[in-house]
Design a protein. Structure first.
Length: 129
């Protein structure tokens, strides 16, 4: 449904280190810098994540109520994603990573704020049983 997400950053090189770390924990993504604008692209499959200075040159600010979700293959990969984000300057929120029960199954969730305050979530739907 979505083609890309663009997040603003006030320190693009710091953001690059953070997003490289969490992308590596997810198995990697191709990345490149837009030479005309101070922003980085990461591509995996047909989706793009773009992080850079806001085009209007104002300060980047996280969106109130906005969360960017990342698929993980397992709770272990989610834990690695969370740990990589913390090591690269992110902060945890919404409690510890783990499986929350819903109905007969569950949902694994791990939440981070990137160094610019953007809210991120790793998610894995767990089978019933």
């Amino acid at each position: 449904m979505f083609s890309h997400v663009h997040l603003g950053s006030n320190d693009v090189e710091r953001a690059k280190r953070f997003y490289d770390a969490i992308m590596d924990a997810l198995g990697g993504a191709e990345s490149w810098k837009d030479q005309d604008r101070n922003r980085w692209f990461w591509q995996r499959d047909d989706a793009f994540l773009i992080v850079g200075e806001p085009l209007d040159k104002d300060q980047a600010q996280p969106g109130n109520g906005v969360t960017i979700g990342f698929d993980v293959e397992s709770p272990e990969q989610g834990d690695a994603w969370h740990a990589a984000g913390l090591a690269a300057g992110g902060t945890t929120l919404e409690g510890a990573p783990g499986i929350r029960r819903r109905g007969e199954g569950g949902i694994y969730l791990a939440y981070l704020r990137d160094p610019d305050g953007n809210k991120l979530c790793a998610l894995k739907l767990m089978p019933e049983g």
